[in-house]
Design a protein around this ligand. Structure first.
Ligand SMILES: [Zn+2]
Length: 133
């Protein structure tokens, strides 16, 4: 009658993913955002909308996201939001999947990898669509 995960080591959800899924730090609307993008991962049904406030000098001042996504995707988006907050746009653009995996500390199966990478492509769209004031 245990509800524990089947395999002790390297389960699907790491503690980081569990924690971020339950209490995302960057979830919510961002009034006044000037860079917004949204995309879906049809493989899993994830939908993520990223909202950024980018200062005239190119620094990302604030990041929020909303969406309907699985635990991995939500955690990945939350970690990405944290990594890019306060960074110049060019550094945010350079974030790679390895950076996210390093924080998530999880063995992600190839079939779920798109759940991790979705926020990266949404971010790229948001940055490319930015209107410089
Ligand atoms: Zn997913």
């Amino acid at each position: 009658m245990s509800t524990a995960t089947p395999s002790a080591a390297g389960g699907l959800y790491s503690d980081v993913i569990r924690e971020r899924w339950r209490r995302p730090r960057h979830r919510g609307e961002l009034p006044g955002a000037n860079a917004v993008a949204e995309d879906v991962n049809p493989l899993c049904g994830d939908r993520v909308r990223l909202m950024l406030t980018i200062e005239p000098g190119g620094r990302i001042a604030a990041v929020r996201f909303v969406g309907d996504s699985c635990a991995i995707c939500t955690a990945s988006t939350d970690v990405l939001a944290e990594l890019i907050t306060g960074r110049p746009r060019d550094e945010a653009r350079a974030i790679e999947i390895a950076d996210l995996l390093a924080v998530l500390q999880a063995e992600i199966r190839p079939t779920r990898m798109r759940c991790v990478t979705l926020p990266i492509s949404v971010l790229a769209q948001a940055l490319n669509g930015t209107k410089t004031p």
